[in-house]
Design a protein around this ligand. Structure first.
Ligand SMILES: O=c1ccn([C@@H]2O[C@H](COP(=O)(O)OP(=O)(O)O[C@H]3O[C@H](CO)[C@@H](O)[C@H](O)[C@H]3O)[C@@H](O)[C@H]2O)c(=O)[nH]1
Ligand SMILES: [Mn+2]
Length: 608
């Protein structure tokens, strides 16, 4: 009898979820009806804008349902895999790309590349986990291995510092002498060195086990030829590996993503070797997970990893566009999220890094949407509608900036003018608004807690969600526009994987790191101050002139909205006005933002 190598289970409670989601949708439709039938003549334009923003939020919410509607879980049966295939498991070529030795320290890359017979495979992570044992007496063997590791570490650190390879390494591996041609990071010959040849009978470890082939490749780079970032690196690796090992399966890792579970490759093979279904699958992806998150995840969570074949150029999110085009050719993919995470990488440790990374992602995704590989015109008829919706939810990330910016400025400014943009508190129309707000947030809160987060982590996530939408996404749209009119190139700003000691310390303490002078911070601070000023002005007016009752009745939701925006921005005000450390918001940014916010307030106040 056929016993599958994996199984797919439907998540429990899916019909309850569908009912709940439908109720939210009904709420959204009521909000739309209210907007269409209750135009406030006193602020007609603002009203129409609110309607626009709510149409967008509603439609976007529908797109995101593609990720939640039919949830499934997968389980693999690795014992069956061993029983049937242990002696002829396919070879797997593992690609680890690295691009910049300063922000991607070679020692970290080596920890991703190395495998001892330990768990987790990364020696650095292993020693970290086993540090107690090391101190106890039974750690003798471990201690001697650690010593060997430190010798290697010293050699690598020295070579990194000197910027050249030691004489002994050059003698041992002639290929590295090509580094003599090195002019700069963007100008050098191809360098290929087979460091360990797995086919060589001598290539054994101390216990006599065969070692895998280990190859170092630096592809040729010339300033006049565009190198296509990671996609270019991957394609060079595919070409070279096809001549050396030609493994039928490829595992792609970023240089910081060490293996946290040595069984992950077997997990993936269960999908690729299943006798009945494997022919459909092109790739298996493990979610992007991190080992350096703090308890309350100040800068929010994570996304995806692609393990896969030929990559699409011309896009800083080569993973998304490649995955999409593979699926459009009829392949399926597997998303596999085992309990013990497969691979762990380094998450951004400053606000700037997080925002820049999301700018790259959202910009790349928008480019896909507008390109000939758009999930809409390329995907239609080729992949399922739900999948198209799922891709669109990502590809349209950046477009969220408009509605979010509108919602976080206009209602506050109209507070000043005393114009109400929401239903009165005693009217029935308040119901769909409060229902949608409460239901959607309660669900997102519960979802966050269920996936192992903390309550404060959820609150932080809402903040970072607001910040990404109003800064990263806005700049992504602006840059995409300039690209379309031919005014700039696609960039791939590599995420830094190391930081200064005091920056790391503030990260550990979950203190938001601003520090840099960045246009993104100016936008964020302007918005935060705008809401603060409007709210203060509103409160002083009420205290001075009275009329609390009527404000409560007509402006309830609007005050609440500004109030929440002020609350969520507390760490920003702290960083602008009170903190003294280097991670605070630079005074020039605070000053600029205060001027922007004040001018906007004054204009609106005077108009009234
Ligand atoms: O010109 C480049 C730029 C980057 N990389 C490598 O690409 C990987 C990912 O770069 P990183 O700066 O860490 O970006 P992340 O945003 O953390 O990466 C996510 O997003 C990328 C797409 O934007 C995907 O390529 C990655 O797989 C995915 O983990 C790293 O190993 C880099 O060394 C290159 O090889 N060449
Ligand atoms: Mn990364």
């Amino acid at each position: 009898m056929y016993a599958p190598l994996f199984e797919t289970k439907k998540a429990k409670g899916s019909s309850i979820y569908k009912l709940f989601a439908t109720s939210i949708f009904v709420g959204i439709v009521f909000i739309w009806i209210y907007r269409a039938t209750h135009v406030n003549e006193n602020g007609r334009l603002a009203w129409i804008g609110m309607f626009g923003a709510e149409i967008w939020f509603g439609l976007y919410w529908i797109l995101t349902q593609a990720h939640r509607w039919n949830r499934i879980y997968r389980q693999t049966f690795k014992d069956r895999l061993s029983q049937r295939y242990e002696n002829d498991l396919p070879g797997v070529d593992i690609f680890v790309c690295t691009a910049d030795p300063k922000i991607e320290p070679p020692m970290m890359v080596i920890n991703t590349v190395l495998s001892f017979n330990v768990e987790p495979r990364s020696p650095e992570a292993h020693f970290r986990a086993e540090s107690e044992k090391l101190e106890a007496s039974q750690g003798q063997h471990l201690a001697s291995v650690k010593k060997l590791y430190q010798v290697m570490e010293n050699k690598i650190e020295l070579a990194t510092k000197l910027g050249r390879i030691s004489k002994s390494a050059l003698l041992e591996h002639k290929g590295f002498s090509k580094w003599d041609s090195f002019v700069s990071q963007k100008d050098h010959d191809a360098i290929l060195q087979i460091v360990i040849d797995g086919g060589d009978a001598e290539a054994k470890d101390t216990e006599g086990c065969r070692l895998p082939t280990l190859v170092y490749l630096a592809r040729e780079k010339r300033p006049q030829h565009f190198h296509n970032f990671k996609a270019g690196a991957m394609n060079a690796l595919i070409r070279v590996s096809s001549e050396i090992s030609n493994g039928p399966v490829i595992l792609n890792l970023d240089c910081d993503m060490y293996s946290n579970n040595s069984q992950s490759i077997r997990d993936a093979l269960c999908f690729f070797l299943d006798e009945e279904k494997s022919h459909e699958f092109a790739y298996v992806q493990f979610p992007q997970s991190f080992h350096n998150l703090t308890k309350n995840e100040l800068y929010g969570g994570s996304l995806r990893v692609v393990a896969d074949m030929g990559l699409k150029y011309g896009c800083p999110v080569e993973d998304v566009i490649t995955g999409l085009s593979i699926q459009c050719r009829g392949w399926k993919s597997i998303y596999f999220n085992p309990e013990r995470k497969g691979f762990l990488g380094v998450a951004g440790t400053t606000l700037d890094q997080t925002l820049v990374q999301h700018k790259r992602w959202s910009e790349g995704d928008l480019q896909i949407f507008l390109s000939k590989y758009s999930p809409i015109w390329y995907g239609l008829g080729r992949i399922k509608f739900g999948l198209i919706m799922g891709y669109c939810a990502y590809c349209l990330w950046s477009i969220n900036c408009f509605a979010t910016l509108y919602y976080s400025t206009i209602p506050a400014l109209y507070l000043l003018r005393g114009v109400s943009l929401f239903p009165q508190v005693s009217s029935l129309w308040i119901i769909p608004f409060t229902y949608v707000i409460i239901a959607a947030n309660t669900y997102s809160f519960a979802e966050y807690l269920c996936s192992g987060g903390t309550a404060l982590g959820w609150w932080n996530e809402q903040r970072i969600w607001l910040y990404k939408r109003t800064s990263s996404y806005l700049l992504a749209v602006v840059d995409t526009f300039f690209k379309m009119v031919g005014n700039s190139d696609s960039g791939f700003v590599i995420s830094a994987k190391v930081s200064d000691q005091d920056v790391s310390q503030r990260y550990e303490q979950e203190k938001m790191e601003f520090g840099a002078i960045s246009p993104m911070f100016t936008i964020l601070s302007s918005l935060a101050l705008l809401n603060l000023f409007c709210l203060i002005r509103m409160v002083t007016k009420v205290v001075w002139a009275g009329g609390f009752e009527s404000v409560h009745e007509t402006m309830g939701l609007q005050v609440l909205l500004s109030g929440v925006l002020v609350l969520i921005n507390l760490p920003l005000y702290n960083a602008a006005f009170f903190r003294k450390d280097k991670g605070r918001i630079p005074s020039s940014v605070t000053l600029k933002s205060a001027l922007v916010a004040l001018s906007l307030c004054t204009i609106y106040d005077l108009l009234w």
